[in-house]
Design a protein around this ligand. Structure first.
Ligand SMILES: NC(=O)C1=CN([C@@H]2O[C@H](COP(=O)(O)OP(=O)(O)OC[C@H]3O[C@@H](n4cnc5c(N)ncnc54)[C@H](OP(=O)(O)O)[C@@H]3O)[C@@H](O)[C@H]2O)C=CC1
Ligand SMILES: Nc1nc(O)c(N)c(N[C@@H]2O[C@H](COP(=O)(O)O)[C@@H](O)[C@H]2O)n1
Length: 220
């Protein structure tokens, strides 16, 4: 499996505000690039924090791209993947609509009636880990289901864990021209943070887009 993390942050490294409200950091061209990346992926993943904060669709906006996927024998939209240890995804969340298939990655601590509710909504539930989703096993199961190209959009808690587990192959960060601030505002990689050994990146590309810059790295 090839895992690409793609996110947008303010000039001061924030993914959104301290109130965790969605902010349009990307401009139109970067949102279009993100749409293309979604269309090229087998699945798009977020943490449940992003589902609760943003209620995203995680679908492909451009009709021609959806048609292109269908011509290639794929569903119009990539699958959606939510890391959600205890099933906090609201039953009316947009990620559960019928535009794409959805995988819910849960832990053994997920309440069975909540799991059943998600399955009734059409989601495929994958349980790994005691209290928290065990990402290595969960991603291996997704790969077994045909997910070769996985795009991860965030947020910072999930991105940190993926780096911690050595699961990230590429990182694309759009840096927008705004300052959000806030010591408690989410950053690109939150979690507990690294203290003595840090994932090493190799810069592969720098591109000006809209009024910001796209930085691309591969993970060593
Ligand atoms: N600018 C951008 O590009 C983007 C911005 N955002 C913003 O980010 C914010 C949300 O980010 P954040 O709060 O960090 O939430 P995340 O989306 O990273 O979700 C974190 C939650 O995922 C669940 N989870 C399950 N398994 C794991 C695991 N192994 N490791 C880590 N998390 C796991 C945890 O909840 P539990 O323990 O219950 O399972 C955790 O609290 C929002 O404000 C959103 O707007 C989000 C995406 C992109
Ligand atoms: N690439 C990017 N740039 C931004 O400025 C953003 N705010 C985000 N957020 C991500 O996009 C999701 C919303 O997408 P939908 O169109 O609703 O599917 C949001 O949940 C974040 O993952 N990304």
């Amino acid at each position: 499996m090839h895992v690409v993390v793609n996110a947008a942050m303010s000039a001061d490294g924030k993914l959104s505000t301290r109130e965790r409200e969605q902010v349009a950091i990307s401009g139109p061209d970067d949102f279009d690039r993100m749409d293309r990346l979604r269309a090229e992926s087998d699945a798009v993943m977020v943490g449940v924090g992003t589902v609760i904060a943003d209620d995203p669709s995680l679908t492909v906006d451009d009709a021609a791209r959806r048609a292109g996927r269908e011509e290639a024998g794929d569903p119009p939209n990539p699958a959606r993947v939510v890391a959600d240890s205890r099933v906090r995804t609201p039953p009316d969340a947009t990620v559960l609509d019928d535009r794409a298939h959805t995988y819910l990655l849960v832990s053994q601590a997920a309440p069975p009636d909540f799991v059943e509710q998600m399955e009734d909504a059409g989601a495929t539930v994958i349980a790994t880990g005691q209290d928290r989703v065990e990402l290595v096993t969960a991603l291996a199961k997704l790969e077994g289901d045909g997910v070769d190209q996985l795009m991860v959009e965030g947020g910072g808690e999930l991105i940190f864990s993926l780096f911690e587990e050595g699961l990230v192959d590429e990182l694309s960060v759009y840096v927008g021209s705004s300052v959000i601030g806030g010591r408690d505002a989410p950053t690109l990689a939150d979690g507990d943070g690294f203290v003595d050994s840090f994932p090493e990146l190799a810069l592969s590309d720098v591109e000006r887009i809209d009024d910001g810059v796209l930085l691309r790295w591969t993970v060593a």
